[in-house]
Design a protein around this ligand. Structure first.
Ligand code: E4P
Length: 220
């Protein structure tokens, strides 16, 4: 399974790259805003952090676009900026139309804001490289999330679709594990989620216990 960082903050991404060997990055307009930098500056900086690697960086087109042509034009512009960039399009009828055109031009697309298996199926049919079901938002809405990921995994297996599932808006370590158990290819989560996920109070407690014993035991 791959771990992507969901962020546009260069310091978080650098840390995740250097400490956790993160497999990729996903961003969205809110993350870019939180970086405090202009859009193009922020994404150029992220691209620079992964130059020479094949790690994907998802960058989202202007969410105001209502025409597929505008999404395609911006997608082409962004994709030309870095070989790592994957174009994030919304799972709307227009987004799906733009996906198909970009795919035919060899541009990788991540269908975002996916909340149903039918949307994920359409994304795979039309050649998305990635699909991002937002489980945290669904859960916040009081909906069950495990069936969604399991259904998408099963559908992709049934038809041997190569689209990779990025389980997105992941809020805790348990959701990472559940995504892995369901057979998702990737999770994307925020910096603090990973910080917590790689830690356990018993690990610290055990280390202290072993250190105390080490201190009172001769080495030779
Ligand atoms: C995923 O690609 C999205 O950027 C992300 O998960 C959005 O949700 P969040 O910012 O609420 O976590």
């Amino acid at each position: 399974m791959k771990f992507f960082l969901d962020s546009a903050k260069a310091d978080e991404i650098r840390y995740a790259r250097d400490m956790w060997n993160i497999d990729g990055v996903t961003s969205n307009p809110r993350h870019v805003r939180n970086s405090g930098k202009p859009f193009l500056t922020a994404i150029r900086e992220i691209a620079g952090l992964f130059e020479g690697t094949d790690k994907p960086i998802s960058v989202e087109v202007n969410p105001h676009h209502t025409e597929a042509e505008a999404m395609v034009a911006e997608g082409l512009k962004l994709a030309a900026m870095s070989p790592n960039f994957v174009i994030k399009l919304p799972a709307t009828e227009t987004g799906f139309r733009a996906l198909w055109t970009l795919r035919d031009k060899g541009i990788r697309v991540n269908l975002t804001l996916v909340f149903s298996a039918a949307q994920a199926l359409q994304a795979a049919r039309l050649g998305a490289t990635f699909v991002s079901p937002f489980i945290g938002w669904k859960e916040a809405n009081g909906e069950e999330v495990s069936p969604l990921v399991a259904e998408i995994v099963q559908i992709y297996r049934n038809y041997d679709y190569k689209t990779e599932i990025i389980v997105a808006a992941v809020r805790n370590a348990r959701q990472i594990v559940e995504s892995a158990l369901a057979g998702a290819h990737i999770v994307t989560a925020g910096f603090e989620v990973y910080k917590d996920a790689f830690d356990h109070p018993y690990t610290a407690k055990g280390l202290k216990l072993f250190a105390d014993n080490w201190d009172v035991t001769p080495y030779e």
